[in-house]
Write a protein that binds this ligand. Sequence first.
Ligand code: KMH
Ligand code: ZN
Length: 307
Amino acid sequence: MGKVIITAALTGAIHTPSMSEYLPFRIEDMVEEAVRSYNAGAAVVHVHARNPENGIPSSSVEIFREILSRIKAECNAVITPTTGGSYTMTPKERLAVVSALKPEMATFNAGSLNFALYPVLEKYREFKYDWEEGYLKGTESFIFSNHFESLHIYSKTMNETGTRPEIEIYDVGQINNVAQLLREGYLKKPVYLQYVMGILGGIPATADNLLYLIRESKRLLKEDFIWSVCAAGRFQFPMGVINILEGGFWRVGLEDNLYIEKGVLAKSSAEQVEKAIRIIRELGYEPATPDEAREILGLKGIGKVNY
Ligand code: KMH
Ligand code: ZN
């Protein structure tokens, strides 16, 4: 049985501070969470920047630099900053972290979609910060734009900085986008896909759909891909188990799911990492170390980043 790359997605741009007291958005909390997830067995940590004063998603390179350099000083995890940012950011703002910090890996969102969070307003009514409600409501008219011109720019930039794209796949057609980018020479084989399931606007998180994504990836990309899955909310663990059994990897973390079990808030992404590793070990798998992940993903090495 192979090694499984476990990724911990610490904060994201979906959940807002009032949804969980455990969602880290201050720099010191994000660093502590990254180290906790690393110590729990995660090989990769995925990082978004937030304004430390009020938790609103930020594209500030200086905040990213502070977070990434402090994580790097404390552990050997692979650090994957987002280029997804949030819907308040331009493509240029979203990409700035890659040009400036030249990370080993960064997310690469492979297509456009509705990215709707507004239905959570039925559940959350009281907010600590004045931006939260408008931010969530604003997603009712939000198209997460990743057209081919921006995909070309993202690819070129990541090729220049030696940054491995972690290609976020929200729906089956985006696998064909990747095939097109390979044909055009923008992306290199093998590509690393992160199936993102259960976002309202993207592919629903069902076993059938996950197997379909894998099958369609094999049809279009042959053997030239490695893949992981992250699924929103209650689907995080079921989709992860299926994906492991199919030969893929697994992303957990409070970015995607605030709970450790039904009705119980996770106190840390590390709790979800520990639970995922207990499960994969029961199935005969072992978590990959960060250096094994670097080998599997063909990363340039932490010594070649600019932070
Ligand atoms: N936010 C997740 C739904 C990114 O950060 O660029 C997918 C993601 C993409 O993590
Ligand atoms: Zn993210």
